[in-house]
Design a protein around this ligand. Structure first.
Ligand code: PA5
Length: 419
């Protein structure tokens, strides 16, 4: 389970956390009453064994015939999978494992051209993911890369496409049926940014060789824990603490993590919270910091810039480390920490940073995650989803729509001359 520690926050919230926990309890009741978009709430306990088997079977086929899986999707249709892959796969050297490449999350010709050239002489499959089935970026990418797939495999091309989309609606749904792609469904009542535990996330994650059954088991434990009606529910505590700080003018939250492999978890988290809360002129602006790297870029601002920030430090002890060697000459002066492992220094940096930021007026919420495994990552996804929905309800906004996303599309389509 994720543990939330708000002990360093109390000087910033003189009224205490109790009134905010009460609001979190009321928000959790509203969440239970949600009808249109509450499908994600019971995905962990409600996903059938048959669906997991079908996803695992498709993943095994992809792994059997492709060096590369091209995952085409944007926003909630790719960030969760990318986060899980970065967290759970080794950073270097993945011999024998298929490479997973993400496309359709930008409109860069440079990216597309380089990727086309890279794929030219490789065996690949495509997982195209779009809930609406009409989003421009993935649609453009799919058109381009499916052309290459057809060129390489002719009539075999449709057999290498896995389309994850709405059950009944959208252009992708129609194309999939016509061409005979393997289809997976994003349930109607699960919004894009809450869809990582549907085939949206599960298929690419399984194709990368990660145990999705274990991930769902971790999420199932999370479902039982974080929907529990109790003041020591750590998801509620996190939501309550965020809103208590927001009410004190802390309008920016940085999710700070201490391992490079959390970078895309940060991206996923930003979308989840940004799209759920940023509306009606309200919302905490979600930012992320990769530490210690960003202490050397954003550290100055964090310490002495405008005091509208609070920080959420997410820490998970690593499973591997390296000891700092002793050096006779000691020319770099590092012998005072020789024999220590790097993570001892990392952990010390965390404590030092938390203390310095608190002294500088930046309140810090601490989230402790158990060792990074498929199960704990499933648990973490669910933890943030529940906290996010509760936090949005406390601030008085509806967490499950994103009307503002349409504004740029409207302008772009008009300028491109779309009928
Ligand atoms: O959270 C959301 O619903 C959105 O951000 C979507 O994930 C994103 O716009 C992609 O949409 P789609 O899956 O329909 O292509």
């Amino acid at each position: 389970m994720i543990k939330t520690d708000i002990s360093a926050l109390l000087p910033f919230i003189p009224e205490g956390i109790e009134p905010w926990l009460e609001k979190a309890g009321e928000a959790a009741s509203r969440l239970k009453d949600e009808k249109a978009f509450a499908g994600w709430l019971h995905l962990p306990s409600g996903t059938s064994r048959e669906l997991l088997d079908a996803v695992n079977a498709a993943a095994a086929k992809i792994r059997g015939e492709s060096q590369i899986l091209l995952v085409i999707g944007i926003g909630g249709s790719y960030l969760g999978a990318r986060a899980a892959l970065e967290l759970l796969r080794p950073t270097f050297g993945r011999d024998g494992e298929p490479e997973v490449i993400f496309a359709g999350n930008n409109l860069s010709g440079q990216y597309a051209a380089e990727l086309l050239a890279y794929l030219e002489d490789k065996d690949f499959s495509i997982n195209v993911i779009s809930k609406s089935g009409t989003t421009t970026e993935p649609a453009v990418a799919f058109r381009i890369f499916y052309r290459l797939l057809e060129k390489k495999y002719g009539e075999g091309a449709p057999g290498r496409v896995y389309a994850t989309t709405d059950a009944n609606r959208g252009a992708l749904r129609m194309m999939a049926e016509k061409a005979g792609f393997t289809r997976f469904v994003i349930p109607d009542d699960v919004g894009g940014r809450y869809s990582v535990l549907t085939p949206v996330g599960l298929l690419p994650i399984a194709a990368a060789g990660i145990d999705i059954n274990a991930m769902m088991d971790g999420a199932k434990a999370a479902e039982a824990e974080y929907l529990r009606n109790s003041a020591d529910n750590s998801a509620r505590l996190y939501a309550a603490a965020r809103q208590a700080l927001y009410a004190k003018g802390k309008k920016v939250e940085t999710l700070s993590f201490w391992e490079p492999r959390f970078r895309f978890l940060g991206e996923w988290w930003k979308q989840l919270f940004g799209e759920s809360e940023g509306k009606e002129g309200l919302g905490i602006f979600p930012a992320s910091l990769e530490l210690t790297a960003d202490l050397h870029s954003m550290g100055q601002y964090m310490q002495q810039g405008e005091r509208m920030l609070f920080e959420t430090m997410l820490y998970s002890a690593p499973s591997k480390t390296v000891a700092i060697p002793f050096d006779e000459a000691n020319s770099d002066g590092l012998n005072y920490i020789s024999g220590r492992d790097i993570d001892y220094v990392n952990r010390t940096a965390l404590e030092a940073t938390a203390r310095a930021h608190a002294d500088g007026g930046v309140p810090c919420i601490r989230l402790d995650m158990p060792a990074v495994t498929a199960a704990s990552v499933g648990n973490l996804f669910y933890f943030f989803e529940v906290s996010c929905a509760i936090s949005a309800y406390i601030s008085g906004v509806y967490p499950f729509d994103q009307p503002g996303v349409e504004a740029y599309k409207k302008n772009m389509f008009a300028m491109l001359g779309k009928k």
